[in-house]
Write a protein that binds this ligand. Structure first.
Ligand SMILES: [Zn+2]
Length: 271
């Protein structure tokens, strides 16, 4: 087996070999193990890769951070690099995508993502911004503080508006416990969008965390009902109610009225 060549401290362009971290074996064959080293880039990024990969192509760019920055810059070919808007876009991507970003824990680390259409395409972000009142004095605000950077969840606001929004954290209080939407969803094993959906549809707080949808009780006219009780009360089959409320996320009122409207329509037509 070939002896490990010590390249500690050697420089390859912007990269310096820091330490040997292991071997990668190609094709399962013997004697084809390749040394894996940790490298540090002049940009500060540390990463592991094959020593031979660095030797062969350090000049064309190996550091993942630099490669992605360059790729991002390339996606905007019309002079956006260095503009305020480009820096905002790049900052958003850094704090959502890069675990080494100092703000990552408050963004990517708690599930804040960047919409696919903005991920690698500055021009899409720029077009959206210009169509939505972007000015140099404004900041990009996420309407729902736990939601993604996406066209549907972003707007341009003044710094003051932004501060107000950030401090206006939304909480769910249940059984004496006060949780952010994101924490509540995590605790109850729901996806964030499922929880949001339930809130938007007016689900009672006591039901928001239901995992087994089929045992849910629903709140209507100030009390809780099982589906069979609700069915008895309204004359609507409980499977219909169940589907509308649990699957289609209708409010109880809407689910009931939908049938009543049909009955009413039939009654009028029958005349
Ligand atoms: Zn780098």
């Amino acid at each position: 087996m070939a002896a490990l060549k010590d390249i500690t401290g050697q420089r390859f362009g912007n990269l310096v070999a820091i330490r040997h971290t292991g071997f990668k074996v190609r094709g399962g064959k013997q004697n084809t193990r390749m040394a894996v080293w940790e490298f540090e880039c002049s940009c500060g990024e540390r990463f592991e890769t094959l020593a031979q990969e660095v030797k062969a192509s350090y000049h064309s760019g190996v550091c993942p951070s630099c490669v992605s920055k360059r790729k991002a810059a390339r996606t905007y070919k019309h002079g956006g690099v260095g503009t305020r808007l480009f820096n905002i876009w790049s900052g958003i991507r850094q704090r959502c995508n890069n675990p080494k970003d100092t703000n990552y824990s408050r963004y990517g680390g708690r599930g804040i993502s960047v919409a696919p259409e903005w991920q690698d395409d500055f021009s899409a972000f720029r077009d959206w911004s210009e169509a939505n009142g972007y000015e140099e004095s404004l900041e990009c605000d996420r309407i729902d503080n736990d939601g993604p950077y996406a066209p549907s969840n972003c707007r341009w606001v003044t710094r003051l508006q932004n501060c107000n929004n950030t401090s206006r954290n939304q909480f769910i209080e249940l059984n004496g416990e006060r949780l952010t939407h994101a924490d509540f969803a995590r605790k109850h094993g729901l996806t964030y969008s499922t929880l949001k959906n339930r809130i938007n549809k007016g689900w009672p707080v006591s039901q928001l965390g239901n995992r087994a949808k089929s045992v849910a009780q629903v709140e209507w006219r100030g009390r809780n009902w099982t589906f069979s009780q609700l069915s008895e009360e309204t004359g609507i089959h409980q499977n219909v109610l169940r589907k509308r409320i649990l699957k289609d996320n209708m409010s109880v009122e809407t689910a009931i009225n939908l049938t009543r409207d049909v009955w009413e329509l039939r009654r009028m037509r029958g005349r």
